[in-house]
Design a protein around this ligand. Structure first.
Ligand code: NI
Length: 255
């Protein structure tokens, strides 16, 4: 059964330089029906689109990550718009705020995030949001613009998840639900409405237990699904089926 839809992956990462083609082309045999490859700047938006061209089950999200916001060239927005108009670009992402690392000054992160939300609204595309220790500012912008989209690797409280859902958005959960200190992600996993949950790897990062320390890829998703299924009292396949359906709805696909 092919019911694994990885809503957030980074196969453009150098961690896959040695075996990218073999690894990605073998994913369908391991049950993967769809992958959204998320960019972090203009260069990786191009690479994501190239990957999407090469593999029919891979789609791209193009955008500038908060880490790269300060490096972003002045005229990036028209360039990004052109990339987002490519047929296999299905989202603007990943975009957002990261106040944990603060690699870019916060005022610039906010500016670049807001500009890309406006772009996504203009193009009628969903956004893929990165929010690390920036819950309040993220929520403020999402409430102001009400974009379609998903907050990926969701790290907020169950209360915040409820607010995101109320705005019409999706919650993305990944390997973090399997970690030892996963109290908050598990609370969220238990209470997100079934039609708003998507699943992801964020690979090569966020490898689920029991494979910590190894490079992650989309075939690891059943381990994450199993834990989510456990707290919801349903089967692993049920979680894979519903997250596949939700990702297709969110990104306008039929995979
Ligand atoms: Ni990511």
């Amino acid at each position: 059964m092919r019911n694994i839809f990885d809503s957030h992956a980074h196969y453009d990462s150098e961690a896959f330089n040695d075996d990218r083609k073999e690894l990605v082309s073998a994913l369908p045999e391991q049950g993967v029906c769809g992958v959204i490859n998320c960019a972090s700047d203009i260069a990786s938006s191009l690479t994501s689109l190239e990957l999407a061209d090469e593999f029919d089950f891979v789609y791209a999200a193009c955008g500038v990550h908060p880490h790269e916001a300060a490096e972003c060239k002045k005229g990036y927005l028209p360039v990004l718009k052109k990339l987002c108009n490519e047929e296999k670009c299905v989202a603007v992402g990943e975009i957002g705020l990261d106040y944990h690392y603060d690699f870019s000054p916060r005022d610039i992160q906010l500016q670049i995030f807001e500009q890309q939300i406006v772009l996504a609204k203009e193009l009628d595309l969903p956004i893929i949001v990165h929010d690390r220790e920036a819950h309040e500012d993220t929520l403020t912008l999402l409430k102001r613009y009400k974009p379609k989209g998903v907050v990926h690797c969701f790290s907020g409280s169950a209360e915040m998840a409820a607010e995101i859902v109320k705005l019409g958005m999706y919650i993305g959960l990944g390997g973090a639900v399997t970690f030892k200190n996963a109290r908050k992600p598990l609370e969220v996993a238990a209470c997100v409405p079934a039609d708003r949950l998507v699943i992801e790897t964020d690979c090569p990062y966020m490898t689920p237990v029991p494979f910590r320390g190894q490079r992650c890829d989309s075939s690891f998703i059943p381990y994450t699904a199993r834990v989510i299924a456990g707290v919801r009292g349903v089967s692993e396949d049920e979680i894979l089926d519903l997250t596949r359906k939700n990702a297709n709805t969110l990104f306008g696909l039929e995979l």
